[in-house]
Each structure stands twice: as C-alpha cells, then as structure tokens.
Design a protein around this ligand. Structure first.
Ligand SMILES: Cc1ncc(COP(=O)(O)O)c(C=O)c1O
Length: 409
C-alpha cells in the first residue's frame, strides 16, 4: 500500500538510481578475506579495511569465545552505569601503552565504533564554559577531505556549542596557518584524517603540530587507516612522524584509532592527555548514552593488539603495495599518489566508475566504486584496498583485469 510519503521516497530513490548513486548491498556468505563467497560465486576482493588480514584470525576468534565464556554475551549497560568490564579496562590500558611513547600523561577511552569516538571527542572538546558557566565558543579548523564522522561531529559541535567551522583546503598548511592567524578566538581545534580514507595520502602531522603549537590550538588526528599499519612499529601516524612524549607539543594531540580496520574486529579509542580524555568521558554524549560494546570484543581486541605487534603482517602488506606499484601501468585513468594500503584510481563520472566496477565484477573481482557525496563530483573512483593476506598472484589478476578493461574502455 502506498501513501504520499512512500511515493515521495520512491521518487527520491528513483532519482538516485538515475544518477548512478543508489548504493546496493552485497551479502557475503564467508569471512572477510581476499576470496569471499557472494551470491554463490567466489570473488576476489579488494575492498575491505582488514589491512593486516586479522578479521578472520583464529586466535582472535578463540579469544572472543573465551571472552564470552568468562563475561557472557552483552555488557548490560553503558560504561558509566554497570557496563564497564575488566576486559574494557585492560584494553584501555593496553591501548594507552601503544601511544605512551608519543603522548605524555596518556589516557585512552574505548568506544563501540570510530563514528561514536569522533562524535564524542569533538562535541566534548568544544563544550567549554568560563568560571561563571558562560558558554565559550571554539573555532574548529576542519580538513577539506575529512571523514564523514568527523564532519558530523563538527556539525553537531556547531549546533550544541556554537563552535565556528572553518574548512581548510586539502593538505594546504600555508592556508591553514593564515586562517589560524586571522582567528582571534583563544579556543581552537584543528581536525584531520591522518590517512585520507578515499585518497590514501597522509596528513603532514609534523607541520600541523607546529601550527598547533604556534597558534595555541588542539590537534585531533583520526588515524582510522593508520593505526596498526604505518610507522616503524605499526603504531600509527604519531609513530610514523617519530613524535616523542618528551616533546611538549604532543600534549595538544587527541588521537583517534579504530579497531575495525587493521585490528580486524570493531571499536575505536581516543588517546590524549589524561585531563582531555577525562573531559571527553564526562561530556561526550556518544560515550555516555549508549550501551558499552560486549566485553568479549574487548577480549578479542587484546589478542589483536598482540598480533599487531608482530611485524610479519605489516611487511607482507608493504610487499603487496610495492608489487602493485611496480606492475600497474595505466594509460587513461589516474592512480592517486598513495603509499598506503588505500590505492584509489580516479575514473571520473559516476556512471563510468560504476561501469568499470561492474566489468570487474563480471571477472569475479570485487572493487567498490566510490561516488559523491563520499568524494567530490567528477572524481568517482575505484577504491582498491590491499591486505597482508593478498597474494602477488591475486594482485596480478587485478592488474591484468584493469589493463584489459582500460584498453577497451
Ligand atoms: C577516517 C575514518 N574515521 C572514522 C571512521 C569510522 O570508524 P568506524 O567504522 O569504527 O565507525 C572511518 C571508517 O569507517 C574512517 O574511514
């Protein structure tokens, strides 16, 4: 039965379809891995963020089983009520250890998802009052290509705390510095992805930290795609830039790492100076008003962290990226200049990007076509992502298919 609402939404969906913007779900019948069973087909996949190949690791699965036997299925309540379990606490301490070399007096807070972590951290940090309780506004400087979860957190902060939003161009630190110099607000926050999720390039964390110090701002770094992968110990962006807890500038950093990508499971954490993180815990509504994720997840993540400290997975991923770079030769399409596991190829129109993805699909290769609003109009792309568990033969298969499709396109 239809009514004016259902008809209206049906029309909107139809419009999305016509613009090649309607997203469709694929149902996988197997675990996340390079080869997955989908619609009774075995597909070679290059789409997950399971960069180290841990999502299907038997030791993590076993740790989750042990966690369920020890702590049961659910947490039962939010962290602030009775849902904060020993496993959550152990995990927060283990996560703090991963960032303690880089940030002084570090504390971490564990979240069910990175989306929630970003929402909580940004809204809480922009909740400022003076001694009489009068609201104090913050100016938030947001990177142009920030992830949607950062953008949503910033937009909510502007509603809740009247924070002013200023967007600076992608990787343009000179313009950011100019914008900071022109802003007389004493409370400022710079927010950036560390590894840009649809481009694969890495933010100039060292230069951002210099600017943060010079203009007295906080610096929030979303390292969803870097934690576990980049840096000589795989500890993420702060590791890559060799930051030291003894460097007083690092007390300005709020670091967000996710645990559903390289860590292979789910969840996220924010790390920073104890007082900053304690404030996020006190004021982050996305932390306070939600049920804590099951302790068995935290138990599994403790094993993930141990596995991540073994460089074998990371080295295998690096070998795969190097193989891709040395064998791919595009003529019309453009490979983004990325050294990370995210290797996007810009196709252009939405329809063309979709067409290429469909042609790969016909060859049983799954690569997602990313279109606006996730990326800018006219830059629809294939977002190819590599894992430590891809073989060079599988990557060779993708390269051969791309060469063939591009030649005929
Ligand atoms: C840059 C970035 N930040 C945050 C998130 C959100 O993390 P989560 O998937 O854990 O919600 C994602 C991924 O989805 C991401 O790519």
């Amino acid at each position: 039965m239809s009514n004016s609402y259902t008809q209206h939404y049906a029309q909107l969906l139809d419009n999305l379809e016509k613009k090649s913007l309607r997203r469709k779900l694929k149902v996988s019948e197997s675990a996340s891995a390079p080869l997955m069973k989908i619609d009774d087909r075995t597909m070679l996949t290059f789409c997950s963020n399971d960069y180290l190949g841990l999502a299907n690791h038997p030791k993590i699965a076993q740790a989750i089983v042990d966690g369920a036997q020890r702590y049961g299925a659910g947490s039962g309540a939010s962290h602030m009520i009775s849902g904060h379990n020993q496993a959550h606490d152990d995990l927060e301490k283990a996560l703090a250890k991963t960032q303690s070399t880089f940030i002084p007096k570090v504390k971490t807070l564990f979240f069910g998802t990175g989306y929630m972590a970003n929402m909580a951290a940004i809204t809480a940090l922009s909740t400022l009052h003076d001694a009489s309780g009068e609201l104090m506004q913050m100016s938030i400087f947001s990177e142009e290509l920030n992830h949607a979860s950062l953008i949503d957190g910033i937009r909510l902060a502007s509603k809740q705390s009247q924070a002013t939003i200023k967007i600076y161009p992608h990787q343009d630190i000179a313009t950011l510095r100019k914008m900071l110099a022109e802003d007389s607000n004493p409370f400022k926050l710079i927010v950036t992805d560390a590894v840009f999720s649809m481009d694969g390039d890495i933010a100039h964390v060292d230069q951002l930290l210099d600017a943060a110090e010079e203009f007295n701002t906080l610096l929030m770094i979303d390292d969803a795609h870097g934690f576990g992968v980049i840096g000589d110990q795989g500890l993420g962006a702060l590791n890559l830039f060799n930051l030291k807890a003894s460097d007083p500038r690092t007390a300005r950093i709020i670091y967000m790492g996710t645990l559903g990508k390289a860590a292979g499971l789910s969840g996220a954490f924010v790390a920073g100076d104890t007082d900053l993180i304690e404030w996020v815990m006190q004021k982050g509504r996305a932390y306070i008003y939600t049920t804590a994720s099951p302790p068995l997840i935290a138990q599994g993540l403790l094993t993930s962290l141990k596995l991540m400290s073994d460089p074998t997975h990371r080295l295998s991923l690096e070998k795969n990226i190097a193989y891709w770079h040395s064998h791919l030769q595009l003529k019309k399409w453009r490979l983004m200049p990325s050294q990370t596991a995210i290797q996007p190829i810009i196709i252009g129109t939405n329809a063309d990007a979709l067409k290429v993805a469909q042609q790969l699909d016909k060859k049983n290769i799954w690569v997602p076509a990313i279109r606006p609003p996730t990326v800018a109009e006219g830059t629809a792309r294939l977002r190819i992502s590599f894992s430590a568990t891809h073989t060079t033969e599988q990557i060779g298969q993708l390269i051969e298919a791309l060469h063939e499709i591009e030649y005929a396109f």
